[in-house]
Design a protein around this ligand. Structure first.
Ligand code: GLU
Length: 440
């Protein structure tokens, strides 16, 4: 039986099946046994739980949650927990699959995992959110652990939630276990530099490209879709470097301004005034600046130099890939470009810096946090950033070299690069080639 003949065949499992398709393409450019590809087409373990939560008014609600461990050949599975009303099992499986590749791309000793709860956290009070988070850990405690599966924040979860989860797990274990989860608040064992690590990793990718293309940041116009943790920090670092951020958006829509925005002011408006507004602030005094209102769809199609999708998956599909004008797309979000859209972007010569590299800064600093928790010794922020930059730059260059040598797109090169690392670990346990030869 060959790997190709056994693609997972559940037609409703859309996002996961789409994610898996990228394996076959990458396989041709990696140096591993086909069996590794077969193994990676299936998640190792899938858990679905129901979480009863007592509401503030005394009533009871039951939420559905998932935790998926995709592959642990290279180490404990690692990946965030997402709170979103649109969470599905297929999505969590795809996200866990991407984590396996992300950890391998940056060479950290983890496999991939992911979790999610089907919930709109904006509809819960903070106390309800705490009960839900602790309830989820109660249900998945046997599935996770510092040496088995290590969660972290993802969409609409944050450091405080990670702190509650660590505390709940520690109560169950009857000992303090900070390394069971990363992205914790600093006083509870979090790492300096974890908060901005996802955006920072993407920014380091751009710095590499800047050198290659001899860019002057002031000439480069950037559009950022999504203004959550990753999008904000990416925009802030780019802006501080002189890049012109001409458009940003959140789930309610976007703003465009040819001269560029003052990003710290937009961050202030979004986080303190709870609305993304075109403003310039001096301290807490903000005045409106001229800007055009645009939709999220329009933002993606702007004539800019760099497009950074930093929101949800499936934003660039066959519907709009033709209309994308930015020559460089940096995937700050997970999975913003669909499998079919990749082909169109390749034909029109766009450079896509793929999610598994572009947003790997988050999990890399999560790994640093885990190391610090286990050692009981904490690093300065500068050390975290220096180590992160070293890893991202090193892997960016290896992937670019492979891309050029094989004349393939950057995503395929990143997957092939990761697949070689995962495949070597799988092969080290023996494949049919080894067993049929009786080990000779
Ligand atoms: N949720 C983040 C991601 O998608 C971080 C995962 C982690 O730190 O384990 O990469």
């Amino acid at each position: 039986m060959t790997a190709n003949a056994t693609l997972t065949a559940n037609p409703t499992d859309n996002i996961f099946d789409q994610a898996v398709l990228r394996l076959d393409r990458a396989f041709q450019h990696s140096e591993i046994d086909e069996e590794a590809v077969l193994k990676l087409k299936y998640p190792k373990a899938v858990l679905e739980v129901s979480i009863p939560v007592r509401r503030d008014d005394g009533s009871l609600s039951v939420f559905t949650g998932y935790r998926v461990r995709h592959d642990d050949t290279r180490g404990p599975t690692k990946g965030g927990i997402r709170y979103h009303p649109g969470v599905t099992l297929s999505e969590v499986k795809a996200l866990a699959f991407w984590m396996t590749f992300k950890c391998a791309v940056v060479g950290i000793p983890y496999g991939g995992g992911k979790g999610g709860i089907v919930v709109n956290p904006k509809e819960l009070s903070l106390l309800e959110l705490e009960r839900l988070s602790r309830g989820f850990i109660e249900q998945i405690a046997d599935f996770i652990g510092p040496e088995t599966d290590v969660p972290a924040p993802d969409m609409y979860t944050n450091a405080m939630i990670m702190g509650w989860m660590m505390d709940e797990y520690s109560k169950i274990e009857r000992r303090r276990v900070p390394s069971v989860i990363t992205g914790k608040p600093i006083p509870l064992g979090g790492s300096l530099g974890r908060d901005d690590a996802t955006g920072r990793g993407a920014y380091y990718c751009i710095k590499e490209l800047e050198q290659r293309r001899k860019w002057n940041p002031h000439d480069i116009r950037v559009a950022v879709q999504g203004f959550g943790n990753a999008g904000q920090h990416f925009a802030r670092l780019m802006h501080a470097d002189g890049y012109r951020i001409v458009a940003v958006s959140d789930s309610r829509g976007g703003i465009f301004r040819e001269e560029g925005f003052d990003i710290p002011s937009l961050i202030y408006a979004k986080n303190e005034m709870r609305e993304l507004q075109a403003v310039y602030c001096n301290g807490s005094v903000c005045e409106t600046v001229d800007a055009e209102k645009i939709t999220n769809e329009e933002l993606l199609e702007l004539d800019v130099d760099i497009l950074a999708p930093a929101a949800l998956e499936d934003q660039i599909s066959t519907q709009n890939a033709d209309a994308i004008k930015a020559p460089v797309i940096v995937e700050v979000a997970n999975g913003p470009v669909t499998f079919d859209a990749d082909d169109i972007l390749r034909e029109t010569d766009k450079l896509v810096i793929p999610d598994i590299l572009a947003n790997a800064g988050g999990v890399t600093v999560s790994y640093f946090e885990w190391l610090q928790n286990r050692a009981g010794e904490y690093w300065a922020e500068e050390e975290v950033q220096t180590r992160l930059q070293k890893i991202i730059s090193r892997e960016f260059r290896s992937i670019m070299d492979l891309k050029e040598e094989r004349e393939i797109d950057m995503r395929t090169a990143a997957y092939a690069h990761a697949l070689t690392r995962i495949g070597k670990a799988i092969e080290a346990q023996g494949t049919s080639r080894y067993f049929k030869s009786n080990g000779h």
